[in-house]
Design a protein around this ligand. Structure first.
Ligand code: UDP
Length: 255
């Protein structure tokens, strides 16, 4: 599979957490790097794995290859930074996907950058676009479409026709990572970013945790309380932590 990314990046420099290599970066550094990639027309995609995605990678080799093939692998949340710390190779910061994209939109806004929004239920990308245009006046929303398309729909064709600099892909995991690994090389967009529920947040349909919760690394708890349906997904967290501890004691990926 040609993943299109990681051409510039020495993946040996990444911090391994159960087989997923994370970039040791702050949000500001990652946004600057992404803006450079866009400016230079370097192709690739960015992933933002949380422990649930790391866990899925253990069971899904194609997903693991897609995630590790990204140009940037950001530590989305406290579960990842905690895992890295337990393994004795701490990351310097958390880099939540939504903070990253806000920083990148800020940089693109001053340059008149073009973004295409792909994903979420019908109507959500439109509402997100309206809010983003207000918040980042220089940012051009070059196109959008919901994330419930069929195999026959020419999604890449409509993205290419809009000629964006950046494609935001919000299809949920693992769909968005697999989609980007397969399609990024065929897109005119320089960079793609997989961002889960970010369009729901930008549309105002889902609220982010208050700043204090985020500072304390409790965004996951806030999301769980606001949407108890997430409990099943998050029930892997103890298993994840156990595997991290096992991996720290015995090396390997904790199996
Ligand atoms: N989604 C989509 N197409 C699909 C499945 C999901 O566009 O086939 C969207 C869904 O509507 C939601 C997002 O993907 O907007 C996933 O959000 P979730 O909160 O699960 O992601 P997280 O941020 O937790 O990774």
């Amino acid at each position: 599979m040609d993943t299109g990314g990681a051409m510039w990046y020495n993946t040996r420099m990444r911090t391994d957490v159960l087989g997923v290599g994370f970039d040791d970066t702050t949000v500001a550094e990652a946004a600057k790097r992404a803006a450079e990639m866009i400016f230079r027309g370097e192709r690739g995609y960015v992933v933002t794995p949380n422990p649930e995605i790391v866990w899925m990678c253990r069971k899904n080799a194609e997903l693991k290859e897609a995630v590790n093939g990204a140009a940037l692998v950001l530590a989305d949340g406290v579960g990842v930074t905690l895992g890295a710390r337990i393994l004795g190779r701490p990351l310097k910061a958390r880099a939540p996907g939504i903070d990253f994209i806000e920083a990148l939109f800020g940089l693109m806004s001053s340059e008149g950058g073009r973004v295409f929004l792909l994903g979420a239920k019908p109507g959500v990308a439109e509402a997100a676009a309206e809010n983003l245009r207000r918040r980042y006046p220089g940012l051009v929303v070059a196109g959008l479409r919901d994330g419930y398309f069929g195999v026959g729909d020419d999604v890449t064709g409509s993205i290419n026709a809009a000629a964006p600099d950046l494609l935001v892909v919000c299809l949920g995991a693992p769909k968005q990572e697999l989609w980007m690994a397969e399609n990024a090389p065929r897109l005119n967009a320089a960079l793609c970013v997989g961002l889960g529920g970010a369009l729901d947040v930008f549309a105002g349909a889902v609220k982010r945790a208050p700043a204090l919760w985020r500072r304390l690394g409790l965004e996951w708890l806030y999301r769980l309380i606001s949407n108890p349906g997430r409990l099943k997904r998050m029930s892997i967290l103890p298993l994840y932590l156990l595997a991290v501890i096992r991996s720290g004691l015995g090396g390997g990926d904790g199996r």
